[in-house]
Ligand binder design. Structure first.
Ligand SMILES: [Zn+2]
Length: 115
């Protein structure tokens, strides 16, 4: 799911989509001409490998994601780390969801036997 930056409304718009088998539900709204706030609730399961014995584990994802998308190069004055820059003036929610899932998967995970 994608939306052009200029088409984002100042009131909440709701969205619901799936990425890598994980469902994302939430809303987004424009805070200023170049800043959009996104809130998503991710829920579902992904398959990861145990970092100790490499056994496949079903990882339950149940996470609230809050971030901001900035249209262009973001000057990090407030050190707001949850800002994603967007350079083609299109917000790509699937890409955002994909990197959130990847970030979760990159964490260390252990199976029941290795915990
Ligand atoms: Zn293990």
């Amino acid at each position: 799911m994608q939306i052009e930056f200029r088409k984002v409304l100042h009131d909440n718009s709701f969205l619901c989509f799936e990425q890598n088998g994980v469902s994302f539900k939430g809303s987004f709204k424009k805070l200023s001409n170049s800043l959009v706030a996104v809130e998503l609730q991710a829920s579902g399961k992904v398959l990861v490998d145990c970092d100790k014995c490499a056994k496949a584990i079903d990882l339950q994802i149940d996470e609230k994601i809050e971030l901001k998308v900035y249209d262009g190069f973001f000057k990090d004055e407030n050190e707001d780390l949850d800002v994603i820059e967007c350079f083609d003036s299109i917000i790509d929610f699937n890409q955002i969801a994909k990197s959130e899932i990847e970030a979760i998967m990159c964490d260390y995970h252990y199976c029941i036997n290795c915990k």
